[in-house]
Design a protein around this ligand. Structure first.
Ligand code: IPE
Length: 260
């Protein structure tokens, strides 16, 4: 089984509110269908969720009444993006079914306290492709907060032990330094957990236009500690996702699962 996270910066235009990149999504859906592997899909919120979530400071938890409206707005927006993703998958013959985190995930101060894995299990058993996404959720300490797609990929990896976790991002992978500012930055084809840890000290300098690479490196470290390989690849080149899913070599970064 494969766990695939489609980054919000790949399937939406992060700078323009609610802009879905339909063609990119359709191409990725085609690759996933062609590879014909059992998968759980996770997608980010991109410009559908991040803008209202930031406006209403939802990740800090409850502090004023108007955030309830913000929570509702953000949820509706990510649900809207989720419908667009679902439609694209359906149009490409993938029996996708949406699983909304807000109704099955509970956090406590941003950390997972409960998750209904059985919903995923049942759908997988019935040959569906479960699709979940970064969402606003209940949080025991904060009343509510945000459950990111990266957190979902970590907890689902821990439970389902997939063959690989694939992060579809808008860069070719992880670089030795920031490729946007350093002409000598090299794409790292494969790295171990120890090498990844070396990178994470200057994580913010590394590649991801969303600026989210620091948090992502922490997520990947946690996945690697489970002994699971993580692949990062460019979603604007959909054949790369196909190749990784069928086990062929392609431009990407693989972070090896820690085998000890
Ligand atoms: C964020 O999810 C969820 C909300 C803002 C509600 P992600 O963190 O997974 O989204 P991307 O991939 O960065 O867009």
């Amino acid at each position: 089984m494969y766990l695939i996270k489609l980054g919000g910066s790949v399937i939406t235009d992060k700078k323009k509110e609610c802009t879905f990149k339909k063609q990119v999504m359709d191409n990725l859906a085609k690759s996933i269908n062609k590879a014909n592997k059992q998968t759980i899909l996770i997608h980010g919120a991109g410009s559908f969720g991040h803008i209202p979530a930031k406006k209403y400071k939802l990740n800090a938890g409850y502090n004023k009444q108007e955030q309830l409206h913000g929570f509702s707005v953000t949820h509706e927006m990510v649900q809207r993006l989720n419908s667009l993703v679902l439609k694209s998958l359906q149009d490409n013959n993938i029996p996708a079914v949406s699983i909304s985190p807000h109704s099955i995930v509970k956090l406590n101060d941003h950390k997972l306290v409960s998750m209904s894995y059985d919903v995923f299990e049942e759908y997988l058993k019935n040959k569906f492709t479960p699709v979940t996404f970064g969402d606003v959720v209940l949080d025991k300490k904060l009343s509510f907060s945000i459950c990111s797609g990266d957190l979902l990929s970590m907890v689902l990896a821990k439970h389902f032990k997939p063959e690989k976790v694939v992060f579809v991002i808008d860069e070719d992978g992880i670089y030795s330094s920031n490729p946007k500012t350093d002409k000598n930055a090299k794409l790292l084809k494969s790295i171990t957990l120890a090498e990844l840890k070396g990178l994470s000290t200057s994580a913010d300098a590394h590649a991801d236009v969303t600026g989210g690479m620091g948090g992502k490196i922490e997520t990947i470290e946690n996945i690697s500690k489970l002994g699971i390989d993580t692949v990062l690849l460019n979603g604007n080149k959909p054949d790369r996702l196909y190749k990784v899913l069928i086990g062929e070599d392609t431009k990407s970064t693989i972070v090896y699962g820690d085998k000890k």
